[in-house]
Ligand binder design. Sequence first.
Ligand SMILES: Nc1ncnc2c1ncn2[C@@H]1O[C@H](COP(=O)(O)OP(=O)(O)OP(=O)(O)O)[C@@H](O)[C@H]1O
Ligand SMILES: [Mg+2]
Length: 479
Amino acid sequence: MGVQGATAPAPFILSFTMDKNSPMKKILLIDDEVSLVRTLELYFRGKGYQVFAAFDAREGLQLWRKHEPDIVLLDVQLPGMDGTQALQNAKDEDLSGDVIMITAFQDMEATLAAIQHGAADYLYKPLDLDSLDVLLEKFLARRKEREKIESLSHVISESSKPNQIIGKSQATLEVLKDIARVAASPVTVLIGGETGTGKELVARTIHQQWAPNEPFVAINCAAIVGNLLESELFGHERGAFTGAVQKKAGKLEIAGNGTVFLDEVGELPLEIQAKFLRVLQEKQFQHVGGLKDIPFKARLLVATNRDLEGMSRAGAFREDLYFRLKVFEIHIRPLRERTEDIIPLAENFISRMNRELNRNVTRIPMEYIKALVAYDWPGNVRELENMLRRAMILSKGEVLEIDQCWLEPRQAALPEVSEPEDSQLKSLSEMEKEHILKILRHTGGNYGRACTILGITRPTLRKKMNDYGLKEYLENEQG
Ligand SMILES: Nc1ncnc2c1ncn2[C@@H]1O[C@H](COP(=O)(O)OP(=O)(O)OP(=O)(O)O)[C@@H](O)[C@H]1O
Ligand SMILES: [Mg+2]
């Protein structure tokens, strides 16, 4: 329906469509065409709006400041200051409201300029009320959504502490207390906990308090194979073995008076365990292929995600070494058992990633918070960090954007299929297939979470599922 000039008020004037519970929405009309303004005034009153009207920009801006409208209808052609200039002034003053420019075809250039200056949209004269309604509904819904997000979201406090242990759960406070207790004396500390719980972070924190100016030397026992591991630890003489073309210092030496951090100590081969035990007893060692005694002065911190006690009972880890290592134990609980840490951790990561990724995320929607707390985090803090990094990459505004599948309620756990004979040796791809299947079952078929845990992208997961025929497999299981 078109409205131009003094069209008689339409018969739907009294149809109140506004939600009675929400406060009256305010609309400001700025147009020099008096009859049009009057018509619209009646129309919007009829729809339950509070209406303000002005016939020129100056008066319009006054009303704009005073009443803080939700919507402003602004004519491009106005006597004196034109609509684009008025918009510019309003934006400079940071006045509220979504602005719809009212324009004629010949004013297209000015209208586009207005859009660039922050107008939300434009409509042509003669005004089509249906299009206007559609626009208003869109803006008001958006506004409502914004308000809802503001009331239902968690405002992130500015807190970004790199390399600091974050958390306010009792379990984390105990860990901090333990660290304070052991930091001052050079006792060996065995740090236990699932993958990604922060074992290395704890080790670095102890070192930081113990000898901040000395080296912190980390060795991952799982990452280096037997012979090489031995020479990494103890160093070697020239010609000690094939490939040892030069004498090389070991990590135990390089650490000096600092800290040696043996990560994944459960993977230390038994023969190196024996050698290492001797180092701890005698406080000295020799290069591989060497005779000279080298003093071992560094502090030892070790970490494991395995049950060393059980391993030592089963003969997979030397019991005497185990007793030497567990002088003081710090056990870090899995994240799912200390959910109070999740929000402080998330805030910290988001603050840091705001800088790293040039983002400005300041809010986490409530539903997301609930999902974060409900999830069981098999990859612990590292998984939380990875998941948030993906979300931050998606997030362009102030509100953390949710990878929707992350919020989907998890499907009922898929039934177990009979395990294949474990005795047979498997190829890497078989292992990969089984692992992906395991993770998919764990996430209840949620691909987003599976990608986060596996550390691969969705296209990669999709490709692997295709290659291994996992999709059909899962469908069969479910069906
Ligand atoms: N309490 C915490 N506060 C802040 N960051 C943490 C915390 N716990 C873990 N992190 C971060 O999570 C990531 C994983 O931690 P870390 O590497 O120390 O785990 P880990 O237990 O050694 O894991 P893995 O067993 O897989 O080696 C790191 O980026 C670390 O900084
Ligand atoms: Mg580690």
